[in-house]
Design a protein around this ligand. Structure first.
Ligand code: GLA
Length: 383
């Protein structure tokens, strides 16, 4: 992949790239919509990545190219504004560049940039965070900007929130940055602390990507975000607004009469999901993977009933896969409203088991889900 990206770069720009970096996609393991509520979440970086190649230009332009479409977009370093919808793919690296500069990176000239990926986009694996982190690594190296991993992760999130316009939390960028092969990334989003814990050697991840498309930016995710903020506001009373993480289920029950039922249910999901993540970490460390699997199923049930970010396709996949032999548990992974279901299995679960589940789905919905077996992988790095 590295060689072919370098060759395409040379073909398009007539010289070799000066730096290359890669960053992985992620699976949301457990902790659904907890991140932007200052909560707990666990994710796994996978072995599929986005790779970025860059070289300096001697004028003040940033050139973003796509090998697949053969197009180039030019942006002036002195005018880093958001690109229109049809050029949205440029906004991820562009926003990262803008915030790197704002945080002190000195870019005396522009660059040429090309990336490539073996990470399916639109599959709930967060290809956007992988683009942001690979760009952040490559750009800071290109301009000799000394920084640290946490700052780059936060720049990726800032790009989503303030440039692209997606009110996400730090899960995707955190996992893409802090991922480690054979381990899980545990994030306490309140204090923005990242830790790695080992994964049991015999466990495997399977992703069943429903054929339904999710529309994160287009409203539903933002609507859930707003409902959570409303709950936090009501629970905070007259004082300074605290995130949902700061409240217990008892606090919520005591304030139930002060909020619309829908707001109550969103908050209940988030508060209980935080407890499930804490419990899952404990069980993971004690080697009780069956117990972890039950929490994954419970998390999905809560998304289905309380947070209402599931859909028939995802529910059907979870109901089909979770009772199968070798499966510890299954749940929707990511924002929801379509996208993918993740199943945690032992090593006896095979391709043909996954194919059986896919056929059952096809009989019901007329189309096969895309199935991927994922291994864990390392976080963002220069290559
Ligand atoms: C998306 C967002 C994450 C997180 C999940 C839901 O993947 O990008 O920040 O909120 O949804 O848990």
């Amino acid at each position: 992949m590295k060689e072919s990206l370098a060759a395409s770069f040379e073909k398009i720009f007539g010289r070799k790239p000066e730096v290359m970096a890669q960053a992985p996609g992620r699976i949301e393991f457990i902790g659904n919509h907890t991140d932007y509520n200052g909560g707990l979440v666990m994710g796994v970086a996978i072995d599929k990545v986005v790779m970025a190649a860059l070289a300096k230009r001697n004028d003040g332009k940033l050139c973003f190219a796509r090998a697949k479409y053969g197009d180039k977009v030019f942006v002036d370093v002195s005018d880093l504004k958001k690109q229109p919808k049809n050029l949205n793919w440029v906004n991820y690296p562009l926003g990262v560049f803008k915030f790197l500069v704002e945080s002190g990176m000195e870019a005396g000239c522009g660059f040429d940039m090309l990336d490539c990926s073996n990470l399916p986009s639109g599959a709930g694996l967060s290809s956007s965070a992988a683009i942001e982190l690979s760009s952040a690594f490559a750009m800071s190296k290109l301009y000799g900007f000394e920084t640290d991993l946490k700052s780059l992760v936060k720049i990726g999130k800032k790009c989503e929130n303030e440039f692209v316009g997606m009110p996400c939390g730090i899960l995707d960028q955190g996992v893409s940055g802090y991922g480690k092969k054979n381990s899980i990334v545990y994030i306490d989003c309140l204090v923005e602390e990242f830790a790695n814990y080992p994964l049991p050697p015999d466990c495997r991840f399977w992703l069943f990507n429903s054929t339904k498309k999710h529309a994160l930016v287009d409203g539903l995710y933002a609507a859930r975000h707003n409902e959570c903020m409303e709950a936090a506001k009501i629970l905070s009373g007259n004082g300074e607004q605290k995130p949902l993480r700061k409240f217990s289920i008892e606090d919520l029950e005591a304030a139930k009469h002060k909020m619309p039922d829908v707001v109550y249910r969103r908050a209940k999901h988030v508060i209980e999901e935080n407890s499930r993540v804490a419990k899952a970490k404990e069980l993971l460390l004690s080697g009780d993977i069956s117990g972890v699997g039950k929490l994954l199923n419970a998390s999905h049930e809560s998304s289905r009933r309380l947070f209402e970010n599931s859909c028939d396709e995802l529910d059907f996949l979870v109901d089909t896969v979770s009772p199968m032999k070798g499966v510890y548990g299954a749940r929707l992974s990511g924002g929801g409203f379509g996208g993918a279901v993740m199943a945690l299995t032992d090593d006896t679960f095979t391709e043909s088991d996954a194919a059986r589940a896919a056929e059952t789905y096809e009989k019901r919905f007329g189309q096969k889900p895309a199935v991927f077996a994922c291994a864990s992988g390392d976080g963002a790095k220069l290559v």
